[in-house]
Design a protein around this ligand. Structure first.
Ligand code: AMP
Length: 287
């Protein structure tokens, strides 16, 4: 396995190879969720590239850019164990040597969920991904459905800017408790971690209401919020049911929807979601 830090070195390599490249962009502090993406990329491609880059552009001024967990040495070891071919670790000053002269901005799929509570976040995501896609030249890219809004935004990027790339959405990897694995979980206290497992339970409770015939999203959102208020000390950022992947409000659940939630604990904000059809059957894929 090669660790490449230079943009031009990687670009030279990816422009000349004939191999199918599977690309997994990450912010590092790798865990089982990331590993699942890498394994999937390995199965489906001849060359697997993983990037590790904590992208300052996608963090708001009061967000956790400085305290975002990092462990490059361990990340490189884990990627090697999985059989990744190249780990790309660019420096911030190389990715953004000057203030960007171009601003990429997304107009749709961001006025709800994390897009609403993190203004500018997805513009930063789009910008770094457009750059990484040009550098890595992938055939397929792998993103986790834990960040389902991000998957919808990447889909828009690929479609609107004609990147010749196939987007693969990988189902959320969970701890045994049901908690969606996330690098940020290290900032949860033991008590908060226990309470955080209630988010997945609450989402499943909401989905069960649909299975039992409830079609009114407002009713379900209310029930899920009440469940969380009664079972956690967190502050609810949002609990929303929207069409997926267009992320529009629905009056009735008569199509594929996402039931998504975000909770603030003292030092971490956690997110999770379920994507299901009008019968409440899970649709753990992106298309
Ligand atoms: P991050 O390093 O948090 O930016 O995540 C990099 C990629 O891993 C993103 O596509 C995430 O959606 C994905 N990812 C993170 N956690 C999980 C998880 N628990 N299950 C599946 N994918 C995940």
């Amino acid at each position: 396995m090669k660790v490449i830090r230079s943009i031009s070195e990687l670009q030279q390599l990816t422009k000349t190879t004939q191999k199918k490249i599977g690309f997994v962009p990450t912010m590092g502090f790798l865990h089982k969720g990331h590993m699942t993406l890498m394994e999937r990329a390995k199965q489906e491609n001849e060359l697997v590239i993983v990037s590790i880059f904590v992208n300052p552009l996608q963090f708001g001024p009061t967000e956790d850019y400085e305290t975002y967990p990092r462990n490059e040495v361990k990340d490189v070891e884990l990627a090697k164990e999985i059989g990744v071919d190249i780990v790309f670790i660019p420096q911030v000053q190389d990715m953004y040597p000057n203030k960007m002269k171009i601003k990429l901005s997304i107009n749709e799929r961001i006025d709800q969920l994390c897009g609403k509570s993190r203004p500018g976040h997805f513009d930063g995501v789009l910008t770094v991904l457009a750059k990484l896609f040009h550098i890595v030249n992938p055939t397929k890219v792998y993103f986790g459905l834990k960040d389902a809004q991000q998957v919808a935004v990447v889909d828009a990027l690929i479609q609107d800017l004609n990147f010749p790339i196939e987007l693969v959405g990988v189902p959320t990897v969970r701890e045994e408790s049901g908690l969606a694995i996330s690098s940020r979980n290290v900032h949860l206290s033991p008590q908060e971690k226990k309470e955080a497992t209630e988010l997945y339970k609450a989402l499943n409770y909401g989905r069960k209401l649909v299975v039992d015939g409830e079609t009114n999203p407002v009713m379900i959102e209310k029930e899920v919020k009440n469940y969380l208020k009664n079972n956690t000390s967190s502050k609810i950022d949002y609990i929303d049911i929207l069409s997926y992947p267009d992320l529009k409000k629905v009056d009735q659940i008569n199509q594929r929807v996402i039931l998504a939630g975000a909770l603030y604990f003292e030092k971490a904000r956690i997110i999770d979601n379920l994507i299901f059809n009008e019968q409440g059957n899970l649709e753990n894929k992106f298309s």
